[in-house]
Design a protein around this ligand. Sequence first.
Ligand SMILES: Cc1ncc(COP(=O)(O)O)c(C=O)c1O
Length: 388
Amino acid sequence: MPAALVCRDTGTRYPLDTPIWRSPAVAPVDSVTPAGLLDIDWPVDASTFPREAIAKRPATMWRYREALPIPAGVEVTLGEGMTPLLAVPERVLESVGALGGSSGTIRPGSQMLLKLDSLHPSGSYKDRGVSVMVSQCRRLGLSHVVEDSSGNAGSSFALYCAAAGIACDIYVPEATSPAKLTQVLTSGARLVRVPGDRQATSDAIWEAAQRHYYVSHAWNPFFFHGTKTFAFEVCEQLGWKAPEAVVVPTGNGTLLLGCWIGFEELRRAGVIDRVPKLIAVQAAHCAPLAGATAFSHTVAEGIAIPRPIRREQCLAAVRDTGGRVVTVSEADTVAALRAAIRAGLYIEPTCATALAATAQLRDLSGTIVLAITGHGLKTNDTIAKLLA
Ligand SMILES: Cc1ncc(COP(=O)(O)O)c(C=O)c1O
């Protein structure tokens, strides 16, 4: 069957160039009810990953162009992707309590690696999803889009829409970090600050999303087909081998699900024979994937999502890959942040949760990749308050 947008509720298929972000076959309910969610059915085979040709292409995520659902010539790119993969410094592992076993080290032959997606044009991994999403907007000939965000997706959309000459309205919670707001404001996007928590922002945009194309990183499936390049890169950087596990700070699950889609595509194409365990990390203060129903403030602002719209899909990704959901305390997150920065890694508190989680992963062996999703400069004020 040809590639298509597929309604998760009815199975209805739509051509990829249909300007929809949810399925018209299902009546809309509200911002937290997953009615009419779409996925992309993207067929792969052995020709999807021409490894020798890929090796000769520029070091951006568009080197996997056969695997991306965007026709050649409409890409909106700022050079995203091919971020470094490097070992977690030993002293960071030691301070976060990741060293276990009788020898006091991670198991022989095992390694923990950081994928520095913080080193992206806008300063977060969101650029992967946004590059594909804004390319799709260009393909559809759109001139005005809307998005809501805890900050990083919004700042990324604002910059990529500026590059593409597309107007965008970005809705954010009032308490969003100033650096992220500055990125939105100075790029020419319209910033809408919504009083209340992240959920209040999703509710506020719902009405605008009925009138404009909603580039939601949670609803719109094109986003996941950008974040899936994280999996392709990890695999290529490991010599076209899958790691044992990937540890992902998770709110709405756009990187978690991108990893699931990406590694699954590599498996279906015959490049790898098994999908890594996917470990979803949440702040204990906001852990709906762990079944929590009470929520309170967390320093991990990027993953403070009490009601993720794709919760069932996130749980399936964890379950089907033999992974798990790990929750981490505020104190352990701050301790991991301090250890990371003292080892030279200036990262957002949100992604320090991945480092903090490693204390609960000492039973794993082999190669474990931690997603470092956002740059510390995005949250300078918070870091100063927490650590200075
Ligand atoms: C730095 C950072 N890490 C991780 C995430 C989590 O992404 P998601 O909500 O799609 O799971 C976010 C989301 O904003 C983020 O800003």
